[in-house]
Design a protein around this ligand. Structure first.
Ligand SMILES: Cc1cc2nc3c(=O)[nH]c(=O)nc-3n(C[C@H](O)[C@H](O)[C@H](O)COP(=O)(O)OP(=O)(O)OC[C@H]3O[C@@H](n4cnc5c(N)ncnc54)[C@H](O)[C@@H]3O)c2cc1C
Length: 406
């Protein structure tokens, strides 16, 4: 492993640094998309920043130049992110669209469709969402029940999606639906993209424990989608969905928030049973565990970056980073709140523990739950036997559900 930049990587880093110095927003509060109240102004700022990045070619470093990318390497993308993270730039609004939806379009849509949709997404003018999860199909996306039936040149969609991030401000979405319930679940799916303002779509924001409202329930009642907006063959939507899911797995990173350095400082500054917390042996044991996880993650990340620098593609072992970092975040935040007592929710300086405590469970679920990622590690990294999948070869409409209407 060599953690140093190659001369070419160093040149690229200096170029990016210079560009960020001259262009990154100077305001202190960039705003994420977490709180519903700041959302509109944060979105406007995010659109401005996205357009600037796209103009300079930094919005999609690995994309081909014909689609407005830089035609660069994965390691250049990592370098850009490392440098950008030093600035308080608005984030979050375009991640799903540019990280999952548009790469799926680039792989499956026609040239004309890509000419129409890719650039506005890259410049932040149009935002996309991912309509996969349903009340009874999350980890097992192939179990979706939202259905599409052919009617002339259109398909009519009926059903419900849930946890759709950003649906309330998105312009377009990608959706996986059931078009044939009489064949096994993976074989009766089809994949479409659609206009989120289509008649018959109703979006209901879900209020989260943090007070924010990032995701939604989305209801479809007789929503018409032209057959020309189908990606892949009828009944082969699972293949298209895998393109999206592969991109999602690559995008899954580590959880950010309070970490070892913060909790170490907090333990030095605050008392626990009448002495500085850092002197308590139980606290010291926890601190030692978190330090091991912190440095293990740092080295795992460096190993990944080093592999990217040599042109290798990161594999399913990236799942380890999400499991360890999300659980560490929840543990540290929980413990920080214990030490701080009421000051954890009352004092502005300590709200980071509060925010991390409420945000960590989301990270442990989104993009693959802890248990699903453990299955991936067991099966794909350690080569252990596959999870038992009893319903794999059964026609979808014969899988027992307990629901008499199906
Ligand atoms: C912040 C956030 C944003 C999201 N954004 C989107 C979005 O934009 N679009 C979208 O389509 N979805 C989105 N989701 C949904 C997300 O993909 C699902 O929540 C996730 O896949 C889990 O599905 P589920 O909630 O239905 O839980 P389930 O799949 O019902 O799982 C329930 C529990 O059972 C466990 N479990 C399930 N299967 C197995 C198994 N085979 N082995 C062991 N344990 C198992 C799970 O780990 C979990 O603990 C988002 C979720 C979150 C938290």
């Amino acid at each position: 492993m060599d953690f140093n930049d190659t001369p070419e990587e160093n040149d690229f880093r200096l170029e990016v640094r210079e560009w960020l110095k001259n262009n990154a927003p100077k305001e202190k509060k960039a705003g994420g998309y977490d709180s519903i109240d700041v959302q509109e102004s944060a979105l406007a700022r995010a659109r401005d920043w996205q357009a600037k990045k796209a103009e300079a070619g930094y919005a999609a470093i690995t994309w081909p130049k014909e689609y407005g990318g830089l035609g660069g390497s994965s390691i250049q993308s990592v370098i850009y992110s490392q440098e950008e993270s030093k600035y308080n730039v608005p984030t979050g609004f375009f991640d799903i669209g540019l990280g999952m939806c548009i790469p799926t379009m680039m792989a499956w849509a026609t040239k004309e469709q890509n000419e129409r949709y890719v650039e506005p997404a890259l410049y932040g003018k149009e935002i996309w969402c991912q309509l996969f999860s349903e009340p009874s199909a999350g980890s097992d996306v192939a179990g979706v029940r939202t259905k599409a039936e052919k009617d002339g040149d259109d398909w009519i969609i009926n059903g419900q999606k849930v946890w759709t991030s950003g649906a309330h401000f998105c312009d377009f979405g990608i959706i996986v639906v059931r078009t044939d319930p009489t064949v096994p679940k993976h074989k009766g799916l089809s994949f479409f993209f659609l206009d989120m303002k289509s008649p018959g779509i109703e979006i209901k924001p879900i209020r989260q424990i943090s007070g924010g409202s990032n995701f939604n329930e989305v209801f479809f009642t007789d929503v018409r989608v032209p057959d020309s907006q189908r990606l892949g063959e009828v009944g082969e939507g699972w293949k298209v969905a895998l393109t999206t899911l592969m991109n999602e797995r690559l995008a899954v990173g580590d959880a950010s928030g309070v970490d070892f350095k913060e909790i170490f400082e907090l333990a030095k500054e605050n008392d626990f049973y009448g002495e500085p917390a850092v002197k308590n042996s139980a606290v010291r044991e926890k601190l030692a565990d978190w330090y091991c996880e912190y440095s293990g993650l740092k080295n795992t990340k460096m190993r990944r970056i080093s592999a990217l620098s040599k042109g290798d593609t990161p594999g399913p072992e990236a799942s380890i980073t999400k499991i360890v970092s999300a659980n560490k975040l929840q543990d540290i935040a929980n413990f920080g709140m214990d030490i701080l007592d009421q000051a954890g929710i009352n004092s502005e300086g300590n709200l980071k523990y509060h925010g991390s405590l409420l945000g960590a469970p989301l990270i442990r679920i989104a993009g693959g739950t802890d248990e699903i990622l453990r299955n991936i590690i067991a099966e794909q990294v350690l080569g252990m036997p596959q999870d038992v999948r009893l319903d794999k070869d059964v026609p979808f409409n014969e899988i027992p559900t307990g629901d008499k209407s199906n």
